[in-house]
Design a protein around this ligand. Structure first.
Ligand SMILES: C[S@@+](CC[C@H](N)C(=O)[O-])C[C@H]1O[C@@H](n2cnc3c(N)ncnc32)[C@H](O)[C@@H]1O
Length: 350
């Protein structure tokens, strides 16, 4: 054994330990509005932040010190004040920024709290149904993906399919399956008022949340249906069907893909996103690959295995998606030329 190599492994674990605890404190900061308070108030002491947020000063001080060590917050030793740079605030404190990551904190910590149940699943099989994965998690997922839907879905992702946005502007039938809390569905309904958009998800609280959000925009071209994705209403053919980050979660992804193939108009397109990773673990030695691999047993795979599903897991990559598409009968499969840290996008045709 080489001492250097031993230390490398040990230090990697220490780094991950810091990352895991930082995620938990990031969750505290996100939930309690601490990042926003620091960003808004500019340089301030721990006492001033505690007063501003109505929180315990000793905890607030320790949180600030941890955030300085994590490089999420800066500290000026002379004035003993804490502050955030514009870039830190843009990423950590601005819910409407295209780079906002609060959803990552919101998703990670409650997910890790499920580990004791996952331990049981390793022993006995089965899993945690989506309805029991944690009350906060659907909203956390919504917040994690929202920046992409609000800022990039129409402008970059749908635009990457030649001619698609022009066609949607004229008026089309769109289905968004596994739509969660409806952020992607609503972004499309707002961008294409002449089109009719149907969001489908089997999780009732997410559909209720999506309906509430749609009501705030007074949209008359969007509808939400609580149903399994393979039950896409067959009374119409769709010009566009989308599934964002959900096929790999499904109990029976193959029957969903067959239903999509069936429901698509002859000249329709199916836009499908999956995590931006390779199907091969050894090619995923990077932060995004590491995150999605670790998420898989704690979330995506377990919600499928909970119902004796296929349990594809989070990491199917382009290779896995291609194989599933071909089995479902799609004749065309293209990877879209979209740069996105978290997702890769495919366009499929009948
Ligand atoms: C990771 S979330 C993604 C939600 C949404 N597309 C987004 O990007 O915010 C996966 C979603 O798939 C839904 N889902 C999983 N299996 C489903 C099925 N068989 N039919 C309908 N929805 C399903 C879950 O309820 C959940 O909302």
């Amino acid at each position: 054994m080489k001492q250097e190599k031993i230390e490398e492994v040990a230090f990697r674990v220490v780094g991950d330990m810091g990352g895991a605890f930082t995620m938990a404190l990031g969750y505290v900061g996100d939930r309690l509005g601490l990042f926003q308070a620091v960003a808004e108030a500019g340089p301030l002491t721990s006492g001033e932040l505690a007063q501003k947020t109505g929180l315990n000063e000793r905890y607030v001080r320790e949180w600030l010190r941890a955030m300085v060590a994590a490089e999420y917050v800066n500290y000026d030793p002379q004035s003993q004040k804490y502050l955030m740079s514009e870039e830190q605030a843009f990423v950590l404190a601005n819910e409407d920024s295209p780079m906002f990551v609060g959803g990552a904190f919101h998703f990670t910590t409650p997910s890790i709290c499920n580990t004791p149940r996952i331990l049981e699943a390793f022993r006995k099989g089965g899993g945690i149904p989506y309805g029991e994965i944690g009350d906060e998690i659907p909203e956390a997922i919504e917040r994690f993906f929202r920046p992409g839907y609000v800022h990039f879905l129409v402008k970059d992702w749908l635009n990457a399919v030649p001619g698609l946005t022009t066609r949607l502007s004229r008026g089309c039938q769109i289905a968004d399956i596994g739509c969660g809390c409806g952020q992607s569905t609503i972004a499309m309904a707002r961008a294409f008022p002449a089109s009719k958009v149907l969001g489908i998800d089997y999780h009732a609280p997410s559909i209720s949340r999506a309906r509430r959000l749609a009501a705030t925009y007074n949209l008359s071209n969007v509808e939400f249906l609580q149903a399994a994705a393979h039950e896409i209403p067959g009374n119409r053919r769709y010009d566009l069907i989308c599934s964002f980050d959900c096929i790999h979660d499904m109990v029976n992804p193959r029957s969903t893909l067959r239903a999509v193939h069936e429901a698509l108009a002859d000249d329709g397109v199916y836009v499908w996103s999956e995590p931006n990773v390779s199907a091969h673990a050894h090619e995923n030695r990077n932060p995004v690959g590491k995150a999605f691999h670790a998420i898989s047993p704690l979330h995506c795979m377990t919600v499928s295995l909970a119902f004796q599903g296929e349990g594809l897991g989070t990491v199917i990559g382009e290779e896995g998606a291609r194989a599933l598409a071909s089995e479902a009968g799609f004749s065309h499969f293209d990877r879209l030329p979209i740069q996105n840290p978290f997702n890769q996008f495919f366009a499929l045709r009948r």
